[in-house]
Design a binder for this molecule. Structure first.
Ligand SMILES: [Zn+2]
Length: 149
């Protein structure tokens, strides 16, 4: 068993114990972000434990990129930002790549720029969604995915 935080999250999905899980696609899993300081923050977790796109087999890589674009479009329609920001990160335990989607709105950070300027505020307990809010976020995103898939 590898010591990777993304593989751990995927295991929770497979055991039906990840409350943030929205839907499985062929190459990854769509989840709502743990903290909702940026409303609608969502992720797409690669099914394969890999650090870089070029380490993926080309057919899988192309499908992963295509599905990422579909997920991004669904996040955009579900949460209607001024601009949707994308990042492919793999920091933390395991370095397992995963897409972050941040539905950005004008004035949502003290100064224009990446969300990371918020530091610990991004992960503050007050931004953990309540159950009803989480269900609504998941429902909205899943409904938009339905239209595109
Ligand atoms: Zn992993």
């Amino acid at each position: 068993m590898c010591d990777c935080m993304i593989c751990e999250r995927i295991e929770w999905i497979k055991k039906n114990k990840n409350p943030y899980f929205v839907r499985a696609l062929n190459t990854g899993y769509v989840v709502i972000g743990d903290h909702q300081r940026i409303k609608g923050y969502s992720l797409f977790l690669c099914k394969q434990h890999a650090t870089e796109l070029h380490f993926l087999e080309p057919t899988f890589r192309d499908a992963f990129l295509h599905e990422m674009a579909v997920v991004a479009e669904a996040v955009y329609h579900a949460f209607q930002p001024d601009k949707l920001n994308y990042e492919l990160l793999g920091a933390g335990r395991g370095l397992h790549m995963h897409w972050h989607f941040f539905p950005r709105r004008v004035g949502d950070t003290p100064k224009p720029g990446p969300v990371w300027q918020l530091g610990n505020e991004l992960h503050a307990e007050e931004f953990l969604p309540q159950e009803a809010e989480l269900e609504e976020l998941k429902w909205k995103l899943d409904a938009e995915l339905n239209k595109l898939l």
